[in-house]
Design a protein around this ligand. Structure first.
Ligand SMILES: Nc1ncnc2c1ncn2[C@@H]1O[C@H](COP(=O)(O)OS(=O)(=O)O)[C@@H](OP(=O)(O)O)[C@H]1O
Ligand SMILES: Nc1ncnc2c1ncn2[C@@H]1O[C@H](COP(=O)(O)OP(=O)(O)O)[C@@H](O)[C@H]1O
Length: 409
């Protein structure tokens, strides 16, 4: 007897940008777009190689909840809703165009992509009739505030204006022109024939903290985006084995603890491999897993305004970029220190005798010998420790941190 049980569809968890797109495709907010990968549209879906030719698959959220099935129609990837996420702050404000029109038809529709100033609040309060502030909370669209910060700031302004607030997670697609066009299209869908105002803030500009904010809005902005030197910070030391990462990181951590201004979490490469990453090898895949784990923990520390000092080899550029993204998405600052001590000096030091073993072929895939190290081109500071004292080399890092307004040691 042959089994005829249907095979479950393969699953894929999209990026935060693609998840925002999914919500708007399904709610009708991106009309006339109803699918990913329409010709000429920035609303695309990246798929792993194993799904590149799958006829159908499921999109799941990061917790594994199936949100939609996707089928192919020519080159288009057409989603059909399975579930609507019921969680997330201010979910009740995520109205589809149909829901929003049922509630607020006849209003003036006002897109908001940053905290509103007192002048803007006064101008908007002077507009006659009902008003709806449309907070554009999608991934990367309003980069000066987090999505929840933007909604909180908009709600505070709305109280003074006498307006309603809805949240529309329109994401940035990395192209200002395309972003503005999509914003216009989305607003047209919500406003239909009602009055609407143009978008005031260039969507992808990081405007920093705006001047002239009312007290309530300013307090929300301060909480959401504290000054640089109070924000979460991840100091990421990368470099060859023996370059001096741990020594510099440890010296810095000690100074910070003596100073007593901030709490510090240290995630040293060797130490992490004995606990968080126990059992991982030095294959490319396992190294990437190791660095992403470190990055994930460091980003959570940054989310709470903490300071994490991490010092793995982290030989691959793309994984370092992933960590930068995790940290920045958590509202923290990522600061990359390349401990650029040359291989010859690291090998001369050979503190643990590993280079000698690697040269004899006793340790496979050894960084710098039989496994690559991709030199970072995005380092905030580069330090070659050859012939220098620890204090002297560390001073370069401290100067760069101070110059960036991040930390005074
Ligand atoms: N094959 C191979 N290649 C490189 N390094 C090796 C290897 N095997 C063991 N070790 C020891 O492990 C430490 C590096 O671990 P990391 O977690 O920092 O490496 S990675 O970021 O995952 O590439 C590294 O420690 P550090 O000297 O502190 O860098 C080495 O002591
Ligand atoms: N200026 C310097 N900064 C950091 N380490 C130095 C310096 N000069 C010499 N060293 C020595 O280099 C070695 C670096 O080892 P370590 O800090 O464990 O490197 P890594 O963590 O990159 O593997 C230590 O023995 C340290 O004493």
């Amino acid at each position: 007897m042959s089994s005829t049980a249907p095979q479950p569809l393969p699953q894929h968890c999209p990026t935060p940008r693609e998840l925002d797109d999914l919500e708007l495709l399904l709610s009708g907010a991106l009309a006339p777009l109803t699918a990913y990968d329409e010709p000429g549209s920035p609303v695309t879906l990246g798929l792993p190689a194993d799904l590149a030719s799958a006829a159908a698959f499921e999109l799941v959220d990061p917790e594994g909840l199936p949100l939609a099935t996707v089928t192919r129609d020519g080159g288009r990837l057409v989603p059909t809703a399975l579930a609507t996420p019921a969680y997330g702050p201010f979910r009740r404000l995520h109205l589809s165009p149909a829901e929003a029109r049922a509630a607020y038809a006849g209003a003036t529709w006002i897109p908001v992509a940053d905290a509103l100033t007192t002048t803007e609040v006064a101008d908007l309060a002077a507009i006659e009739g009902p008003k709806v502030l449309v907070a554009l909370t999608g991934h990367g669209f309003a980069p000066s505030l987090s999505p929840v910060g933007l909604i909180r700031a908009t709600l505070a302004a709305a109280e003074e204006i006498g307006a309603e607030v809805i949240a529309v997670p329109l994401a940035s697609h990395g192209d200002t022109g395309a972003d503005e066009d999509l914003a216009l299209q989305v607003l047209d869908t919500y406003a239909a024939d009602d009055a609407q105002l143009p978008l005031r803030v260039a969507p992808t500009s990081s405007t920093g903290v705006r001047e002239d904010l009312g007290a309530k809005v300013a307090a929300i902005v301060d909480f959401d985006r504290p000054p640089l030197d109070e924000r979460g910070l991840v100091l990421f030391f990368t470099g060859l084995s023996g370059s001096g990462k741990s020594t510099l990181a440890r010296a810095l951590v000690d100074k910070l603890l003596e100073q007593g201004k901030r709490t510090v979490t240290s995630l040293d490469g060797d130490v992490v491999r004995r606990n968080l990453s126990a059992g991982l090898t030095f294959s490319k895949e396992d190294r990437e897993t190791n660095i992403r784990r470190i990055g994930w923990v460091a980003a959570e520390i940054a989310r709470h305004g903490g300071l994490a000092v991490v010092s793995p080899i982290a030989p691959f550029d793309s994984t370092r970029q992933d960590v930068r993204r995790y940290v920045e998405e958590a509202g923290g600052t990522f600061f990359l220190v390349h401990v650029a001590t040359p291989l010859e000096e690291c090998e001369r030091r050979d503190r643990k005798g590993l280079y000698a073993k690697a040269r004899q072929g006793l340790i496979p895939e050894f960084t710098g010998i039989s496994s690559p190290y991709e030199v970072p081109e995005d380092a905030d500071v580069r330090v070659d420790t050859t012939g220098r004292t620890v204090e002297d080399a560390l001073a370069d890092v401290e100067k760069a941190l101070a110059a960036a307004g991040l930390l005074e040691v």
